[in-house]
Design a protein around this ligand. Structure first.
Ligand code: ZN
Length: 452
């Protein structure tokens, strides 16, 4: 049987809406004329009226869709026919407040399952939240400082009041869907050895990665975050004639995972961003061993660069150990070494350090750092090629993606909750929100009834 909205329900709906609109306008004008009102008062009152009208519109349209005559029975998934029982109301919370839909309800005596075909068509689950409200809750839950703040924002914006747990549930549900989709993508890409790249393959693709600690119920856990980006050269503000290299089009992936699992995730993201076809892949990162082991494994042809600021930090530590904290001598010595480092003369820095070996741990650490990463510190060459030599992109990425939401004062996360919220934030901060929302599985509910 065709599902149609015949003329009668439509006419009834139009008439009801026109009458309600007239009542609302009359009430508002009477109230406004009864005493001197401020714009804020009128604004608030109009917003409430608009919400009521919106709620009636939404409920009315759903009622219209539920109105057509019903079939006496319909096929059940078990192979039997499910019999029409009656119209059963379903409530759904939406961004326009709760609505109730009186829809046809069927029951299969064989498998004891209830069916509400309209629920599937509209893609909602009775007693739950609409896809629209879910999206707003997930967005606010992932971006506000807390789930409590998320629902405060929701109420200020939409007048819809829900409890913080609903924001948590919506955010985590989206995060889990993203994680599941990501796992599938990684497994499939790994099996094929390739990932369909996004439209614009860059000539030069940058990758960077780092870890940030998150406080979970099981203790502090390292969240590994990776970013892929391109760069653009712009005239330097402070130094006329010079250019500054800026990161752009950053996308992020991450998880609380071991380096091997994270490596596959990063490889997939890099491939998606065109790493397999780009002329050059450049990795900029700090000196952590897991990072460079992972880079050697997955991006063996990449240009490897140890972050300039981490590298210079070791010179300063050694200088302070040799000549005393903050002394002019320390400063002068450090600046000379940094000039050498800047010019790519790592051997000369190592020779200078070697003469101060007796000064202890800071000097030894610097020697081992420069020895291990010598090939990743060819700064003069990198600068000549116009490469970015700082890992600021991943450091600010860690702050924006993780710290800003997951490291608020006093926060201790359930590990799964932290991973889910972080999954939502990585997509959001990658400019992939519509894609993330499209990955949500449909809300389904199996109606199981006790009584036939
Ligand atoms: Zn059945």
């Amino acid at each position: 049987m065709e599902r149609t909205t015949g003329p009668e329900p439509t006419q009834a709906f139009l008439a009801a809406m026109a009458a309600q609109m007239a009542t609302v306008a009359q009430e508002l004008s009477r109230w406004a004329g009864a005493a001197p009102r401020t714009l804020a008062e009128v604004e608030r009152r109009a917003l409430v009226a608009a919400q009521e009208l919106g709620n009636a519109l939404l409920g009315g349209v759903c009622g219209m869709l539920a109105a057509p005559l019903v079939e006496p029975e319909r096929p059940c998934a078990c192979g039997q026919m499910a019999r029409y029982l009656r119209r059963r109301p379903a409530t759904v919370r939406t961004v326009l407040g709760p609505i109730a839909i009186e829809r046809a309800y069927y029951y299969c005596a064989r498998c004891r399952r209830g069916h509400a075909p309209l629920d599937e068509q509209l893609g909602y689950c009775a007693g739950s939240t609409s896809a629209g409200l879910d999206e707003v809750l997930a967005l606010l839950g992932a971006t506000a400082d807390s789930f409590a703040e998320a629902v405060t924002l929701l109420e200020a914006l939409t007048l819809v009041r829900v409890c913080p747990n609903l924001a948590r549930a919506a955010t985590e549900r989206l995060g889990q869907a993203l994680q599941a989709a990501e796992q599938q993508t990684v497994a499939a890409a790994w099996a094929r050895g390739t990932v369909p790249p996004t439209a614009d393959t860059p000539t030069r693709l940058y990758l960077s990665l780092d870890g940030v600690l998150v406080h979970t119920e099981g203790g502090w856990r390292e969240y590994k975050l990776g970013t892929a980006y391109t760069t653009v050269a712009r005239p330097a503000h402070q130094r006329p004639g010079e250019v500054e290299i800026h990161a752009q089009a950053l996308s992020f992936v991450g998880d609380v995972a071991d380096a091997a699992t994270f490596g596959q995730l990063l490889w997939c993201e890099a491939a998606r961003r065109g790493a397999l076809t780009a002329q050059e892949v450049v990795v900029v990162a700090d000196g952590a061993h897991w990072i460079w082991n992972l880079v050697d494994e997955h991006f063996p042809d990449a240009t490897q660069i140890v972050d300039w600021y981490h590298a210079s930090h070791y010179v300063w530590n050694a200088a302070h150990a040799i000549y005393g904290d903050g002394t002019p001598l320390a400063s002068r010595w450090a600046k000379r070494r940094l000039d050498d480092l800047w010019d790519g003369k790592v051997d000369s820095v190592l020779r200078a350090l070697a003469t101060h070996r007796q000064r202890g741990a800071a000097v030894e650490e610097a020697i081992s750092y420069y020895t291990n990463h010598r090939q990743r510190m060819r700064y003069a060459e990198y600068r000549a090629r116009g490469l970015q030599i700082g890992s600021g992109s991943i450091e600010s990425g860690c702050k924006q993606v993780i710290t800003a939401r997951l490291k608020q004062a006093g926060m201790i996360w359930a590990l799964d909750g932290a991973r889910a919220v972080a999954a939502v934030r990585t997509r959001l901060k990658s400019g992939r929100w519509p894609e993330a929302i499209a990955l949500r599985p449909p809300r389904r509910r199996a109606y199981q009834r006790k009584v036939a």
